[in-house]
Design a protein around this ligand. Sequence first.
Ligand code: PLP
Length: 380
Amino acid sequence: MIYFDNMASTKVCEESLREQIRIDTEVYGNSTALSKFGADVEKEIVKARNKISQGLKVKSPEIIFTSGATESNNTFILGVAKKYNRLGNHIITQKTEHKSVLQTMKKLENEGFDVTYLDVNDKGMIDLNELKNNLKETTILVSIMHINNETGVIFPIEEITKITKEYNKEIKVFVDGVQSFGKLDLNLVTLGIDGYSFSGHKIHAPKGVGGLFIKSGVNIEPLIVGGGQQNNLRSGTLNTGGVVALATAFEIANKNVKENYENAKIIKKKFLELLDKIDGVEINGDFENSCAYTLNLSFKDLKGEVLLHALADEEIYISTGSSCNSKSDLGMLAHYGYENDRVLGSIRIGISRFSTIEEAEICIEKIEKLVPMLRRFKRR
Ligand code: PLP
C-alpha cells in the first residue's frame, strides 16, 4: 500500500516504538512513587522533556505533556481565557483553524467571551492589517495556527507576534503547532509566542500523546485537576511510554529536519506533473507559501471523495480536502472563497519523511488514469 495521508496520522517509527516497549515493560512504575523505581521513571520523563525543550529552544519546565494536541489547544486557550478574564474578554483567531481550536472558541463565546474570526483570502492567508485593526483594549489572546493542516499554508507567526505585542505586550499569542512540530527548524523564543501545541501521532510517535509549551510567566487555569502532577498544570499519571516515544520521534525528526523538508519538497513538486497531465486541476492555497509536506489539489468535475475511494481500491491512501456533510458545513476551503465544485473536488496529499519519489510516481500514474474515467462516469 501507499500512504499519502500523513497530515491525518503517521506510521510509528521503529525507534519510537522500541522506546515505548522498553518503558512499558522495564520502567513501568509511577513517576510519583517514592521508590528508586519511581525515580527511574521520573528520570525518563525529565530526559524526554529535555529533548523536546532543547529541540524547540525553550526551557524544560515550559513543556508539559498531554494526551494530544486537542487537549493542548483546549488547555492553553481555555486556561488563558479563564486566568486573564479580569483583563478582558476578547480573543482573536482565524477561520481556518483546526476544529479543536474553533470549537474551544465557540465554547468561550457561549460563556460570554467576544471572539473575532479573521477572514482568509484565496491563498489561505489572513490580512495582517485586519489583525492590527481588530486588536483592542480588551484583547487577551491571539490564536493562530502555524501551518494549516489541509493546505499547508504557513502563517507568519513572527509578524503576528510583533504586531500583537507592539499593541500590548500583555496579550498572549498561542500557536497550534501540530503541523510544524518536527517538520520546520523551530525556535519558539524567536517566534516570540506564549504557547505552542504539538502531537505525537503526526510525527511517527504513537497516538494519544502530545504536549504544550507554556512560556514561563504565563499563567493558565488547569483544565484537568487531580493529583497535581506537572506543577498542577495537568494532573494525571503520565503516559511515560508515550512521552518517551514522542521525545524519541521528535529527536529523530528534528535531527535531519532540513534534509527531510527538502526531500518532501521534491516529492511535492513531482505531484505538480498532474497539472500538465490532466485538465482542470487547481492548487488550493498558496503553493509558494506552503509547507513541503502538504499539497491540496482540486479536480474540476470530480468529487474528491470519489477519487479518494477509487485510489483506496488500489491501496493508495490520500484524503479529501473537505470533510463536508452538508451545504452549511462545506469545510475549511469554503473560507478561501472557492466555488463549491472546487471545494468538493479537493484532495489532500500528505507526505512524510518515509515517502518516496517512486510512491509519488505510482500515485500520479493512477490519478492520471482514474480522473478521466471517473469524470466520464460522472457525466453520464
Ligand atoms: N491541530 C491541527 C492543526 C491538527 O492537524 C490536528 C490533528 O488533526 C489537531 C490539532 C488535533 O491533534 P490530536 O489528534 O493530537 O488531538
